[in-house]
Design a protein around this ligand. Structure first.
Ligand SMILES: Nc1ncnc2c1ncn2[C@@H]1O[C@H](COP(=O)(O)OP(=O)(O)OP(=O)(O)O)[C@@H](O)[C@H]1O
Length: 845
């Protein structure tokens, strides 16, 4: 690759696309690329790039190395060399090059002298238009884009090649570095074996800078002229000014011309191609003479020209040349057509492309040139040839962007509306943990005004408001999302879901927090309540309390949140855990273990598994633990309150690292499971008593579900009785039912064993009953004392007022458990509401 595009500097101005004379620059994904095989190496795109996004591949390092190790390194200067340093004379150049380490200095002008003789010879016996081969860009242009004219290029090497061949003969061991103003020479001379490197003048001077070489005027030139050598003609030395070659060779030609400059050359090519013009000889230069070459184009052209002629008058050449050696040189060359001419697309193909950027008729073709092509048609052709992105069309993109902007504004407006009207608290935090945006629901939850929250550090807010635990920014750097319950003082608990927004390099950019008051989740009358037919048969949900729990469970099932189910033994914690698993999208299994039922040492291997030979008695092959088995599924740890401190620590590690270590292994295994735990113990109290780890408690208590005891939801009893009777009828093949009075008796009992006890009692009654109707008496017969709670039983003497007070208190307690309001209690007890309020105050405050 001759030209590197520095993509980070390219700002998509497409000046290079627009100005490349042969469409050798393509646009790919917005960035430009040089198509090497189409490039004629004119260097124009390098010069015009204002962002310096082009880098010519150079050989500076090779030359530095050569200067340090080669004893016989020569340099050849292109004829334009005097104009690179307008203030320098020959001595300056000599001192400079000698100090750099070159042992011999040649001038390419000698090569020009050599080839001009060859030209004169060929032109004398010629019957077709011949074109000069001195300019490598012209040779590339003809071979690639006017292949029918390749045969017209004069079959003589360029002056530089001629010189290199001469030097090879003169001193075969000499290695040569060529220095000139032209990028194309680098490609042209690549294959000449005695040329070690080709540099531009700028590259040569940057090497000097690197080696800290300066010009000193006190060194005299050491190179002497000798008698057996020849001079260089001044016409050859002025070859860098356009037209000098023609002057030198065309004395006897009637029909020849010299042309320089891109536009003029291409015009002539077109005329020659169309056979509109016939010439004996055309001396062509792609630049305005080599003094205007890519590396010299910044200085005023006429100043350069004047200086060159002046310099040649007052400064002799560096070296003389041996004509005898030159006489035997092979200066012939063959030029090969490489046809890069593209097929012209049809009108239909062009319009198919134009249509893609909303251009349907001539009036739509603005030809603004912003895409880098002169016309919309040219651009469409480039798209067809694969050189351009169809979408790069400024008017089209502007229209599209305007539409997108409108859409974004609309979405933004809607989004703001949704956020501000959301019932959930929503907060946006920046990567440094400062509040960027917060909606009014959240402000209300925190009891803050907007200005008290906006821009403040979340950690400071949490401290000030006593919110604990705080948002763990560190873990959000590693994870996508965390869910946890945050305590607001004693009574308020907020369920927080914090989602990390990360950039492409996975660095945390922002955090979105969604907050819900747990009290509201638990008691809200959800609009998305499950229908009765969606509730499985094994779950009796007739009571209001159970319905709420089931709806809550169904909602949380959709998330991957960790759930803690609490409630007395037999209330249905496991049934709810199972229901959550069934409602979720978990692909894996429901794996259950009762932490109280297994001794600690066994529990560890059950949960974590073990490697082969981990302990005596272990299975030879090792065994995966239940945590591994629950991968992608749900792990239900019942009686979590019974976990030993050691096991608590190990479980916490699994939850923090999302990986498990089998016993005897140091290799973690990644696991992904939903955890549901259950307990009938008061974990919060256990934390206070230091019996349960606080950090583990917070990890488990992400989404709490509390199942009340059956005595607090006695209205569920009839439905539960029906449920069990229908199962038992089938099981025991008995068409048995229960009397209303017996049910009433059931309703008065406190059911310390909860639903499980109720189930057992009914089963026993079904088994023992000889009739088809279980009655009040049957219950009493079987459970006698326990169920005799109907009426008031008096077992000892006491003052009457005290007895009345105790009865009143007991009755109020019972009414409270079964009623939602003091009005309902008043109704049930046959007194008015104010009496209930007064008596409640008396006994309970
Ligand atoms: N809502 C319900 N509908 C039908 N059956 C229920 C319901 N709740 C509980 N049960 C039944 O009650 C019994 C006890 O339930 P479960 O084992 O789920 O209770 P638990 O709270 O997990 O008990 P423990 O704390 O002793 O483990 C089971 O037979 C279960 O099927």
């Amino acid at each position: 690759m001759f030209i590197n595009i520095l993509k980070e500097y390219c700002h998509e101005c497409y000046a290079c696309v627009r100005n490349c004379p042969v469409s050798a620059v393509k646009v790919n994904d917005g960035k430009v690329e040089v198509i090497e095989e189409r490039c004629i190496h004119c260097g124009k795109c390098v010069n015009l790039c204002s962002q310096n996004a082009r880098e010519i591949v150079d050989q500076k390092n090779e030359v530095i190395e050569l200067l340090q190790k080669e004893d016989n390194l020569a340099v050849a200067l292109a004829p334009s060399y005097p104009v690179y340093k307008l203030s320098w004379q020959k001595e300056d150049w000599f001192n400079f090059l000698s100090k750099l380490g070159f042992k011999n200095i040649y001038e390419v002008a000698w090569g020009a002298d050599l080839i001009s003789e060859k030209y004169t010879e060929i032109l004398q016996n010629n019957d077709k238009t011949l074109i000069s081969s001195a300019c490598p860009v012209i040779v590339n242009l003809i071979n690639k884009y006017y292949p029918q004219l390749s045969a017209n290029i004069i079959e003589v090497v360029s002056p530089m090649k001629a010189l290199s061949r001469y030097i090879k003969k003169e001193g075969p061991s000499a290695k040569l570095v060529l220095v000139g103003p032209c990028q194309a020479k680098k490609v042209e001379l690549e294959s000449e074996e005695n040329i070690a490197a080709v540099l531009t003048f700028s590259e040569l001077f940057s090497i000097a800078e690197e080696l800290d070489i300066r010009v000193e005027n006190n060194i005299e030139p050491e190179l002497e002229s000798s008698a057996d050598k020849n001079d260089i003609s001044n016409s050859a030395r002025s070859l860098a000014v356009g037209g000098e070659l023609l002057k030198k060779v065309s004395a006897q030609l009637d029909n020849s011309l010299h042309i320089e400059g891109e536009k003029e050359v291409i015009e002539l090519m077109e005329a020659l191609k169309a056979e509109k013009i016939e010439l004996e000889f055309a001396d062509l230069l792609f630049c305005k003479g080599c003094i205007d070459g890519v590396d010299l184009s910044s200085e005023n052209y006429f100043l350069k020209q004047k200086h060159l002629y002046q310099y040649l008058k007052t400064n002799s050449y560096f070296n003389q040349y041996n004509k005898d050696i030159a006489a035997h040189l092979d200066l012939s060359a063959k030029y090969q057509a490489e046809n890069m001419v593209l097929k012209t697309p049809s009108e239909k193909e062009i319009w198919q492309i134009l249509n893609k950027t909303d251009k349907y008729e001539e009036a739509d073709l603005l030809d603004c040139g912003a895409c880098g092509f002169e016309s919309c048609r040219d651009k469409a052709a480039a798209v067809i040839h694969g050189f351009a992105d169809v979408k790069i069309c400024l008017p089209y993109l502007l229209k599209e962007k305007r539409g997108e902007l409108k859409e974004i504004q609309k979405v933004n407006k809607n989004l703001n509306l949704i956020i501000s009207s959301s019932y959930d608290g929503i907060m946006l935090i920046d990567k440094d943990g400062r509040v960027e945006k917060i909606n009014s629901s959240y402000l209300q939850m925190l009891g803050l005004e907007l200005e008290e929250a906006k821009g403040k550090k979340i950690s400071q807010l949490e401290k000030r408001l006593g919110l604990y635990p705080g948002l763990d920014l560190q873990s959000l750097k590693e994870k996508e999302q965390i869910t946890f319950v945050q305590n607001h003082g004693k009574n308020k608990r907020i369920l927080l879901t914090a989602k990390a927004i990360k950039d492409q390099a996975a660095k945390l950019e922002q955090i979105i927090i969604n907050a819900r008051d747990l009290a509201e989740i638990s008691f809200s009358n959800s609009q998305n309540e499950l229908n009765d037919q969606d509730i499985p048969d094994y779950l009796v949900s007739k009571s209001k309390e159970m319905k709420k729990i089931i709806n809550l469970a169904a909602k949380v099932a959709e998330t991957d949140s960790t759930i803690l189910i609490t409630g007395e033994s037999g209330t249905g914690k496991e049934v709810i855990a199972k229901f959550i698993y069934e409602q979720s999208n978990n692909e894996g299994d429901f794996v259950k273990i009762n932490c109280a039922a297994i001794p600690t040492n066994l529990l560890e291997s059950e949960l974590f598994g073990y490697e082969k030979g981990a302990f005596s008695g272990a299975r030879k092959s090792g065994k995966p633990g239940l945590i591994e088995e629950a991968d992608n599924g749900t792990l239900f740890l019942d009686e979590i309150g019974e976990l030993s401190p050691n096991m608590q620590a190990k479980l916490l590690q699994v939850l923090q690292e999302h990986s498990v270590y089998r016993i005897g292994s140091v290799k973690p295994k990644k696991v992904n499971f939903r955890l549901i735990t259950a307990t009938n113990r008061d974990l919060e109290q256990m934390v206070k008593d230091k019996e349960f780890r606080e950090d583990l408690y917070y990890r488990l208590n992400v989404f709490p579900i509390r199942i009340p005891p059956l005595r607090k939801r006695k209205n569920a009893i009839p439905a539960l009785i029906d449920h069990y009777l229908s199962i038992l009828k089938e099981k025991y093949d008995k068409n048995i039912s229960i009397s209303e009075r017996a049910v009433k008796l059931f309703m008065k009992y406190d059911w310390p064993g909860n639903v499980r006890e109720l189930n057992n009692v009914i089963e026993r009654l079904v088994i023992t009953s000889e009739k088809l109707l279980i009655d009040y008496q049957d219950v009493l017969a079987l459970y006698g004392e326990e169920f005799k709670t109907e009426g008031i039983s008096v077992s000892s003497l006491m003052p009457l007022p005290k007895a009345v007070a105790e009865v009143e208190k007991k009755i109020l307690e019972m009414a409270q458990e079964n009623c939602k309001s003091t009005y309902e209690m008043a109704d049930m007890l046959g007194v008015n509401q104010s009496t209930v309020v007064r008596k409640l105050k008396k006994y309970f405050h």
